[in-house]
Design a binder for this molecule. Structure first.
Ligand code: SF4
Ligand code: SF4
Length: 288
């Protein structure tokens, strides 16, 4: 199964759940954790493995060949993202805005905009005991996370077949990076906290998952603070509530020094057992 762990907002415990669930599953099944929060990957703070592979990641952008250009203006007209504009006798390309759609390059009548590679980040693969861990990191100054997430998903799908359980640690929010990061998942776990802010952003995340047609469930982190709105909402909406993780000083202390929690905090292990049971039941239903 491929499981994406997402949240409407940052700081809800998405990475805590991703890293602990992956390490726990890896004790009994072939598991890979993929950090797709490429603007700020931090699963590596908790998973300490040795490097087995690394590569640079590129996207394709047009490059203007002045000598061939007839200044017909077709490229500017064809770009929906204003990534190529004509300024008098100069065609300017803005690689940061380019979505690599190839339209300008294909439509240019004199082949004056060939597509070339532009480095956007790098990918690393680690091995930590039984767990494989893949992390991608966007270069400083790069604005588009989606092409790097898409490349990382391609890499993972080539490296790991359907015998593997794949856990995606998704970016926070409900915008394009999350949509790309969850696009490949069979199931999405939305991590939230029982506060008005958490509840508000959970509803946005639920709307997004419904529009994408994804199966999803909720894990409440820091249970015990705030109120019951999230639980009542899940109940009313028929959303599976997979587990609740208590707000606890023991968890905060171990988290702050980069430790995995489930071996030392019984309630975290209990939550992971419930989640694993739910995922196994789902996988069996899907396989029927
Ligand atoms: S489409 Fe090609 S020829 Fe026309 S302005 Fe753009 S680069 Fe120049
Ligand atoms: S490849 Fe597509 S997005 Fe990029 S500059 Fe050309 S038309 Fe615009």
């Amino acid at each position: 199964m491929k499981v994406a762990i997402a949240s409407g907002k940052g700081g809800t415990g998405k990475t805590t759940l991703s890293t602990n669930l992956s390490a726990y599953l890896a004790e009994s099944e072939k598991t890979v954790l993929v950090d797709l929060d490429v603007e700020e990957p931090n699963s590596g703070l908790f998973i300490h493995g040795h490097l087995v592979h690394q590569e640079e990641v590129y996207k394709m952008v047009p490059e203007w060949v002045e000598d061939k250009c007839t200044f017909c203006g077709l490229c500017q007209q064809s770009c929906n993202f204003h990534a190529v504009i004509q300024l008098g006798p100069v065609i300017m390309v803005f690689p940061e805005l380019c979505h690599s759609c190839y339209a300008c390059s294909e439509l240019c009548p004199v082949e004056a905009l060939p597509m070339v590679q532009k480095k956007i980040g790098h990918l690393q693969q680690f091995r930590s005991e039984g767990l494989h861990f893949v992390e991608s990191r966007l270069d400083i100054g790069e604005e588009q996370a989606v092409p790097l997430i898409a490349s990382t998903l391609d890499f993972v799908n080539k490296q790991f077949d359907c015998d593997w359980t794949i856990i995606y640690d998704s970016p926070p929010g409900t915008s394009c990076p999350v949509i790309e990061a969850t696009s490949d998942a069979d199931f999405v776990i939305l991590v939230t906290e029982p506060t008005p802010f958490g509840f508000h952003d959970l509803k946005l995340a639920v709307d997004t998952m419904r529009q994408l047609g994804k199966s999803f469930g909720v894990v409440i982190n820091r249970h015990g603070i705030g109120n019951d709105e999230v639980e009542d909402y899940c109940h009313e909406e028929g959303i599976p509530l997979l587990a609740k993780i208590a707000n606890s000083r023991a968890i905060a202390e171990r988290y702050s020094v980069g430790k995995l929690l489930y071996k030392e905090v019984p309630e975290v292990l209990e939550a992971l057992i419930k989640i694993k049971h739910f995922l196994n039941t789902m996988a069996k239903e899907v396989a029927k």
